[in-house]
Design a binder for this molecule. Structure first.
Ligand SMILES: [Zn+2]
Length: 304
């Protein structure tokens, strides 16, 4: 009865996982070590091979990883189409994360462009309309018969506009509502269950796995949240306890090194912004100090 075959082979290929703190919402997820991201931050930005813009982890405009970076890869069981609203800046779009981490199955369309050759019997669009399906409504052969899922990447208000595009009529909608967003970005009119696009994608594939394998989810899609979890922690650690939305926003701008911020500047300011990288380097050690200070404050309060 004894199974001894696994003892010799099981250790070799285990990837190193990121260890999140106790309070982290990502604590139980199997997300690859963030060390390559820290290394990238230390090394600074490099030029995108396609557009030559300097980027940190990947190019959000060209939607390609930088060859210098070691990033995890996820293979999805379905084709994933993301319809991105034009108003959603590439630099802030978490949908781009899917194109970087799961490039073999992911395609991104700029609305009003939408995927063509859609078979509505094998495609679902994630949107919480009244007549939306649930996972239990999907046919048993949905995955094996080449199922396909579409997401809308936009603010909540814009999503309604995309959803009503006639080219998407006839595609069944599917919904899930239980997960509360961890997204840090302030959205004025978001519902409580609003998910960042990449969170929604991750949640979808987790539920899909449970529905179609009838086995507990094993973490195989968690690396979809590789960049998102890093962003989340970076901002949480810095602003834990702080209440200034303006500072949050500023921190986010620093993290992403947002280009549209530069576009609003004058030419001379843009030139000055070439020093951004230097500024960022100076900011990061301070963030670590703040984190330590925050931790100290938290534990002091907890024991008081
Ligand atoms: Zn590029």
């Amino acid at each position: 009865m004894s199974e001894s075959t696994s003892t010799s082979t099981s250790v070799a290929a285990a990837p190193e996982l990121e260890k999140f703190p106790d309070w982290s919402p990502f604590q139980d997820l199997k997300i690859a070590s963030h060390e390559p991201l820290y290394a990238a931050e230390r090394a600074g930005r490099v030029a995108c091979p396609k557009c030559q813009h300097k980027r940190l982890f990947f190019c959000f405009d060209c939607r390609i990883p930088l060859a210098e970076r070691t990033l995890p890869n996820v293979e999805l069981p379905l084709r994933l189409d993301i319809i991105k609203h034009k108003g959603e800046a590439n630099s802030k779009s978490t949908a781009i994360h899917a194109a970087i981490i799961a490039p073999h199955q992911t395609a991104i369309y700029e609305h009003p462009a939408v995927p063509e050759d859609i078979d509505p019997t094998r495609t679902v669009l994630v949107f919480p309309s009244k007549d939306a399906l649930t996972f239990e409504d999907l046919p048993d052969d949905f995955v094996e018969k080449g199922g396909r899922v579409m997401f809308i990447d936009s603010t909540w208000n814009q999503a309604h506009g995309v959803n009503s595009n006639p080219a998407l009529a006839g595609i069944p909608r599917i919904k899930f509502t239980s997960e509360t967003s961890r997204f840090w970005r302030h959205q004025k009119d978001k519902p409580a269950t609003y998910l960042a696009t990449i969170e929604a994608i991750h949640h979808f594939f987790r539920l899909l796995h449970e529905r179609f394998t009838r086995t507990p989810y094993d973490g195989r899609y968690d690396n979809l949240l590789y960049f998102f979890s890093r962003q989340y922690h970076r901002i949480q650690q810095h602003y834990e306890g702080a209440d200034s939305k303006k500072n949050w926003r500023l921190e986010a701008m620093n993290f992403f090194q947002l280009p549209e911020d530069k576009s609003k500047r004058t030419a001379s300011e843009a030139e000055a912004s070439e020093n951004d990288e230097e500024e960022t380097r100076r900011t990061r050690p301070r963030l670590e100090e703040d984190k330590t200070a925050d931790d100290a404050t938290t534990s002091a309060t907890a024991t008081a």
